[in-house]
Design a protein around this ligand. Sequence first.
Ligand SMILES: C[S@@+](CC[C@H](N)C(=O)[O-])C[C@H]1O[C@@H](n2cnc3c(N)ncnc32)[C@H](O)[C@@H]1O
Length: 460
Amino acid sequence: MAPSSQEIYHDTVDNATPNVNSRSSSSFDPNDISINAHPCDLGRVPGLIDDIASYNWGDTDFSTDRNARISLLSKARSLIAALETPRETLLRHIGAETSNFYIIVIGIETNLFHEMAKNNGSPKTATRLAEAISFDPDLLRRILRHLASMNHIIQTGEDKYRPNNFSKALTTSPLAGSYQFYRDVCLPAMSNLHKWLKTKSYRSPTTIIDNPFTFGHQTSQTFFEVIASTAKNTEHFNDHMVAYCQGHPAWCSESVYPAADRLISGFDPTPLPDGSDPVMLVDMGGNVGHDLQTFISQHPSHPGRLVLQDLPSVIAVTPPSLTSPLPNGKHIQLQEHDFFNSQPVVGARAYYLHHIMHDWPYAKCGLILEQIKKVMKPGYSRLLINEQVIPERRASWEATYLDLYMMVMFGARERTEKEWRRMLEDGCGLKVLGVYGPGGGVEGIIECEVALEEGEGREE
Ligand SMILES: C[S@@+](CC[C@H](N)C(=O)[O-])C[C@H]1O[C@@H](n2cnc3c(N)ncnc32)[C@H](O)[C@@H]1O
């Protein structure tokens, strides 16, 4: 049976076999260090093996069936976690993965993965690769050996290696820039979380100007000011935004948010008083325009204008192709705009915020929403918030890690549906019309309108 969207990111933890083969928790003795060499949850292994065996390779196309692939992956991860001993988990975390991260960045910056991908990824010796990238051959051999042990490249013979799909992907800017962005911007913040929390008696950060990011970077600048301050940071951050969005179901497709029904139908094409075309969609903080491009590819003959807004440093680096004519003869309009200031586009069909609210503490979110609310046409304009909607149980790691990074970088957070409703309805006087999405806490679209006062009529 196909897994439900809520189930794909998590195996059936609650129904796991009792931990019969492991040491019982009642006899746990913290002084007995032999626990470190026993598998973490052996009782779950038979059930997980049965679950995994029930996937039918012949009937399922794992390259296109995303739900089946993610569900199988989540069971495979659980199997590894159950089989590993605490010692093995420890060494993987603190040694194998930390060194892995840094050698990948070195590989990116020395063009190692480009060299490996040459000649259709044919196997190459460490000596040949070292010569091509001007590297000490013995050192490179040690690096390649670890990358192979972590399954990032394939060892095809003694001293011979070829890339797999992952290491080939490291030659693309979204992946390469993401590693550099995390090394330069995110890890100095996360690696200082413990110190920052200790000085604050273990209270959550709640401001963008005093949090582990500002502490770790020893700066009074906010994250976005640091990003805007160098071309390299801007480029790597934008790369990461593109990488993050890849592979998700299109935000405005039938399976996520049915934009054809919810936005295009009911769009008012009446020209504005100055004769211009009315606006369909304003992507606020839209970065380099990837979500508007998704909208165009899903709805090529959409009516109305599309507007991309972001800070000047980002608008300046949007690719020229973004403003080329669309299939319907129009083009995306670029607009420098700070979303804490008055919104210049009045009465659009929709204002879209993707990964904006999670960057800002509660009070700042209120200020952004206030500016949008002022220009929304009651009963017509929609506010679309594309964010994690963390389920009360079984949240996916994609949502939980992001929540922690939002705390560290911005003093902000990801939210559950209850927390969203509290902010939008109780805090801002908006009405939530629906929460759409693939489920599992991996992004959903919260659709809102301005709550009508009693006696006010709807326009459609
Ligand atoms: C986390 S990114 C999200 C980008 C894009 N919406 C996406 O989901 O891929 C946040 C975006 O907000 C923009 N931003 C930050 N502060 C802003 C402000 N005050 N006004 C407008 N945009 C801002 C950043 O430049 C960045 O592009």
